[in-house]
Design a protein around this ligand. Structure first.
Ligand code: SF4
Ligand code: SF4
Length: 165
């Protein structure tokens, strides 16, 4: 994706107003927790829901969402970097799913623009592979039990190691 595509994608997200940051609870690896705490954010921004994740405020938005944008853009969790792709792990296979346009305007753009799709898919694949290989097995299993409606499976990647999910 060209720089112009990045700018277009950012503009789409800006207009959207952070739909994916509502009730997001993005999972956190141990390294990501260290990054967030080292950056000065209190432990209170992190909670455990069967897996470690960022908390949400009373309005349902992620605690890191502020004035329309992400306060931790440089260190945001892997699932945030992977959006609008999401994932599941079934029988040792990483399944990558793409949100439908009804819940993510950027996903609509990716479906129309193969170059943009290829570039963002490559980023998502690498982020999600790193995530599933870094999370504790119990955390990963809990995440995989969360339903993700309005998504379409776009890829399956066998994992070398057995991951219980
Ligand atoms: S990834 Fe999709 S849902 Fe999230 S801010 Fe961008 S357009 Fe909105
Ligand atoms: S970490 Fe940032 S991008 Fe991810 S859900 Fe929270 S505010 Fe949104």
């Amino acid at each position: 994706m060209t720089d112009a595509w990045f700018l277009i994608a950012e503009a789409v997200c800006d207009r959207c107003g952070g739909l994916c940051c509502r009730d997001a609870h993005p999972p956190l690896t141990r390294d990501r927790i260290d990054d967030i705490v080292s950056a000065g954010h209190p432990y209170g921004t992190i909670e455990y829901r069967g897996y470690s994740c960022l908390a949400a405020g009373e309005d349902g938005m992620c605690v890191m969402f502020d004035a329309g944008s992400c306060r931790i853009h440089a260190i945001k969790p892997e699932t945030c970097r992977a959006g609008p792709f999401t994932f599941d792990v079934v029988d040792g296979v990483l399944e990558i799913w793409l949100k439908q346009e009804s819940i993510c305007p950027l996903a609509g753009l990716l479906r129309e623009e193969p170059e943009a799709y290829a570039r963002l898919y490559a980023v998502a694949r690498d982020e999600l592979l790193r995530l599933v290989r870094s999370l504790p097995a119990g955390d990963l299993a809990a995440i995989c039990r969360i339903p993700e409606p309005e998504t379409d499976k776009v890829a399956e990647i066998p994992l070398e190691e057995e991951i219980p999910c």
